[in-house]
Design a binder for this molecule. Structure first.
Ligand code: BTN
Length: 246
């Protein structure tokens, strides 16, 4: 993954550009990376901002042969890839807040926006966009509307974003292969070990619906397993989680 690698000094959003390029036939594995986004987008119509040249902003085009039921796993894979790369190459122990936020020291370090297009119940392409806070300083982070962390703020030194991108893409390639070869169960266990919410009481917002329960596990295809009152466990495929006892 990561070829071709297309670099932009400035773009509206790497996800939007990746979708345009995917529609125009860009291949599986293409990666778009930008120094700055004028219209960076987060999940649930939020904005994603970072001072130019400070964060790692990229989108990966994937054309996996996956049915719609399993495509959510891509979210889990990319969050795991970020965690594995940080652990292996930087000694940084990050956690994942389902579905795909990466947390460090209890604050958000990275966000993922996955968008896909399907045809006849199969995924045509997926765009996996990652915004990782790398060299933003603590003062800038403090101005955001939710608690945020950067690698530099956590470790006290600047990080090379190109090296980090190569490491994350390497981990993502390995994870993607593992998953496609049937390793979903094992990856769900690794994901659970990294999870910030496993075993906790949570509130999950799925569009207008709000459900409460205990996060008891993760399914191989990426769903959160929520145990509600009465002990019934059901898979939740999308949503936004808040922790009740945190
Ligand atoms: C979130 O936390 O809500 C997801 C944030 C995703 C941000 C990244 S930055 C690169 C890519 N391009 C975008 O416009 N968004 C994603």
């Amino acid at each position: 993954l990561g070829l071709p690698l297309i670099h932009f000094d400035e773009i509206d959003s790497t996800n939007l550009e990746a979708r345009r390029q995917a529609e125009a036939g860009a291949p599986h594995g293409a990666c778009l990376v930008a120094e700055h986004q004028s219209a960076g987008r987060g999940r649930l119509d939020r904005r994603w901002q970072a001072p130019k040249g400070s964060a790692l902003l990229f989108s990966l085009i994937l054309r996996p042969s996956l049915g719609l039921r399993r495509v959510f796993a891509l979210n889990n894979l990319i969050s795991l890839a970020v965690c594995r790369a940080l652990q292996k190459h930087g000694g940084v122990d990050a956690a994942i807040k389902w579905p795909n936020d990466v947390y460090l020291e209890g604050k958000k370090l990275a966000g993922v926006l996955t968008e896909f297009t399907s045809r006849a119940e199969a995924v045509e392409y997926a765009v996996v966009g990652v915004g990782l806070n790398v060299n933003q300083d603590a003062q800038w982070l403090a101005g955001l509307d939710q608690p945020a962390m950067s690698l530099a703020a956590a470790t006290g030194h600047a990080w090379n974003r190109a090296t980090l991108l190569a490491q994350i893409l390497g981990e993502m390639s390995a994870l993607h292969e593992e998953f496609m070869a049937g390793g979903g169960e094992e990856l769900a266990r690794e994901y659970a070990r990294r999870s910030l919410i496993l075993g906790l009481e949570v509130t999950v917002r799925e569009g207008q619906a709000v459900r409460r329960g205990k996060a008891v596990g993760f399914a191989p295809e990426g769903a959160l397993l929520l145990e509600e009152e009465g002990g019934k466990v059901s898979p939740i495929h999308h949503g936004d989680v808040s922790l009740l006892d945190w």
